[in-house]
Design a protein around this ligand. Structure first.
Ligand SMILES: O=C(O)c1ccccc1NCC(=O)[C@H](O)[C@H](O)COP(=O)(O)O
Length: 268
C-alpha cells in the first residue's frame, strides 16, 4: 500500500465518528421524542447477552452481521435483503444478529434493523457509531436489544453516559476494544460483552494473534467476542480454544451466495 493510501485509511474512524457527531444533532432536532419513547416501550428486549451465553455453552455463539458495504471493502453484498437474511441466518443457527444502521459508510439503515426484527425472533445488535444518548433511544425504538460502544471512538464520560443510557432502556452493551489501554477503560463500564476487534481501525490490518493475546487481559466474567476477519471454521475453532465464546462475522457470510449455508459450514 502506498503511504498516501495508508494515510487515507487511517482517517476513516475519526471521519466516521465526526460525521455521526454532526448527524445526530440534525436527527435530534427533527425527532418526535414522544413517538420514539412510545415505540421503545412497545416491545421487550430479547436478551442479547443471555442468548450469547446460552449458545456458547454448547458451541460457538455467532453474531451474524447484516452488512452491505464497508469503508475498507466497499460494496460487499448487492441487493441486500434484511428480511430474507434474518430468516436464513436464524434457521442456520445464528445466536443473535448484528445489523449495520450507519448509512453513508456501510449502506445500512434503521429500516434494516426493523425489518430484521420483524422477520426473526433473535436478539439484535444495532451496529453503528454511538456517540449520543439519543442513538440509544433510537436503537430501542427501532427494535435493537443491544448497542455497540467503540472505546477508541469515545472519551470516558461519553462511555459511561452511553452505558448508563443503555441500562436505562434495558439494552445490553457490546464494548469494543483494540488494545490493553482500551481493555482497562472498558473494565470500568461493567458491560455484558467485550469484543476484541481483530481489525485495527486505524490501519485496517487484521490479526487474530493480536486479538488472542489481548483476550488474556479481559475480565473473567464477560462474554468474550472475537470481531472481524473471521473467514472459516478453522478461525472459529482457534479463537474458541483461546477463550472466545462468541464471534461477530459479517463479510464472509455476506459474500456467500447462501449466507445460511456458509454459517452452517462455520458451525459444523
Ligand atoms: O470494516 C470496516 O471497514 C470498518 C471501518 C471502520 C470502522 C469499523 C469497520 N468495521 C466494522 C467491523 O468491525 C465489522 O463490521 C465487524 O466486526 C464484522 O467484521 P467482518 O466479519 O470482517 O465483516
Amino acid at each position: 500500500m502506498t503511504e498516501a493510501a495508508e494515510i487515507e485509511k487511517k482517517m476513516y474512524l475519526p471521519e466516521i465518528v465526526a460525521f455521526h457527531r454532526q448527524d445526530v444533532e440534525r436527527r435530534k432536532a427533527e425527532a418526535d421524542f414522544a413517538a420514539l419513547e412510545l415505540a421503545a416501550s412497545a416491545h421487550e428486549p430479547r436478551g442479547f447477552a443471555r442468548a450469547l451465553r446460552e449458545k456458547a455453552k454448547t458451541g460457538p455463539a455467532v453474531i451474524a452481521e447484516i452488512k452491505k458495504a464497508s469503508p475498507s471493502k466497499g460494496l460487499i453484498r448487492e441487493n441486500l435483503d434484511p428480511t430474507a437474511l434474518a430468516i436464513e441466518l436464524e434457521a442456520a443457527g445464528a445466536a443473535v444478529l448484528s445489523v449495520l444502521t450507519d448509512e453513508p459508510y456501510f449502506q445500512g439503515s434503521l429500516g434494516n434493523l426493523r425489518a430484521a426484527r420483524a422477520a426473526c425472533k433473535l436478539p439484535l445488535l444495532r451496529k453503528d457509531f454511538m456517540v449520543d444518548p439519543f442513538q440509544v433511544l433510537e436503537a430501542r425504538a427501532n427494535g435493537a436489544d443491544a448497542i455497540l460502544l467503540i472505546v477508541a471512538a469515545l472519551n470516558d464520560i461519553e462511555l459511561r453516559t452511553l452505558r448508563e443510557e443503555a441500562r436505562r432502556y434495558g439494552l445490553d452493551v457490546l464494548c469494543e476494544v483494540h488494545d490493553a489501554e482500551e481493555v482497562e477503560r472498558a473494565r470500568a463500564l461493567d458491560c455484558e460483552c467485550v469484543g476484541v476487534n481483530t481489525r485495527d481501525l486505524k490501519t485496517f490490518h487484521v490479526s487474530l494473534d493480536r486479538a488472542i493475546e489481548l483476550s488474556q487481559s479481559l475480565p473473567a466474567d464477560v462474554i468474550r467476542v472475537a470481531e472481524s476477519g473471521i473467514t472459516g471454521r478453522e478461525d472459529v475453532q482457534r479463537m474458541r480454544a483461546a477463550g472466545f465464546g462468541a464471534f461477530l462475522i459479517g463479510e464472509s457470510l455476506m459474500r456467500a451466495e447462501r449466507p445460511g449455508e456458509a454459517l452452517k459450514a462455520l458451525l459444523s
